[in-house]
Design a protein around this ligand. Sequence first.
Ligand SMILES: [Zn+2]
Length: 496
Amino acid sequence: MDSLLRLLDRLGFERLASFWWNWRLYRCLKCGEGLLRFGDQLSCMLCRSEFPIVNGVPVLVRGLRMTEAPEPASEADLQSVCRAFGISADSAALEHLRGVFGKVYQFEHHFLDAENNYLLERLAVARNGRSSVDALARQGTGAPRFAVVRHYIPAELPCATHSSHNVRIRNTGEEPLMRYSLGGWQLHGRWRDADGQDFGEAGRPSRLPVSVLPQRELTVPFWMQTPSAPGEYRLVFSMSAGGLEIGDGIAPIGLRISERVTRDYAALAPVVGPLQPDYDEDHRVGIRMMERMVRMTGARRGLEIGGSSCPMTTNLPAEIVNIDIDAQTLQVARFVFGRRGHRNVAFACCDALDLPFRKGAFDFAAIFSSLHHFADPAAALRSVSEVVQPDGFLAVMCEPAGHYYDDPDSEMQQVLEHGINEQRFTLDEYARIFHSAGLRAASCQLDHDSLKVILARTGVELPAITPPAITPPTTSPCDADPSSRLSCSSGTETSA
Ligand SMILES: [Zn+2]
């Protein structure tokens, strides 16, 4: 099918190719058969599963419950949505939005609910109430418990060095691990040898930035100091608050401490961008990198993951399917983009870990500032890479790089408090995430703490984007005198 598509593209029958591609784009989540559209349903001819199309947006998420809203959205709320999207609040727009917010969506996973609610809160049309973890925390009656469910500590580390590694914990008890009570919970690590002899604290204890409710997870950076003597060690995690200490209930992590460490993956060697851009400029840099890749590779069909109501790839010369889990904002976005005359973008409500597309359906995929929201980013990349052509590319754009120490910044704190799975990875952690997903960096750029990477499958050659995709602005004196950069870049920000 793909060779036929490419032949049609090459012969100039692009519209026919598009029609063909779109016709059997979606797959059944249960049996994998192609879905056919009948009215407002996508139907599977094999297992008879049906998936709704709501306001033009296919909804293909397992375990998603869609019910009538307890009360209709107010006129003022709907008008504020129109303002937020810059569209006129005429009767057609209000009617559409009334339909969109006349339903409530509930996801099986609380992180998805949290993301959805947070967006709706920002649009002032929250329907499920506040989702702040501290507001939801209730003192339980059981004993506090936790487990380390994932960590990013390499199996081998050099001796007598400092490094920071993410550790993901899960509250496995019935008691919330509160941020405030008992002085707040802290994560500790201790070194032991194979015989269990204790070598003391393995680093600085990490304070939990937010409360962790029962059965929820949180990633915390752990600042580690390795032992000075090489050898086989075990790392044992515990948590403490107010003199109370609990073990993590899992086997210790085995680690080799060596004089010299060899890695089985390539380190990221990013081109460092010249300025500290603001959010919008940073995204424009990412879009420019992508545009060059799309033109160089002749890619025609792309998947954007997590673009919500503001997909970044719609101005690329390609057909785009923008997927996210917030069904309502996608429905609003489809309407807004339709009004603006965008014809190359489709919106679908899907989970990146459970994609309803056939293998190799896309020439490329793009993720802007969303990869780090996945509990298991490597699993998300593996899933996305399945639906991209073997010689295609994945663009991971504008991901926050580098750990926070002591406390996250106020923006990160706020989203954490909303229950969103916010986390930051170091460049080394990103390199290992990409490697374990079977991908390698073909181009890589770092603008302040914003990482942008074009990924190819291991063993596939892609044209590299060099020299840097952004060039220093010619009007700026920053380049002539590096010492003026700080004041100069902050001046750029205030004038922007
Ligand atoms: Zn089926």
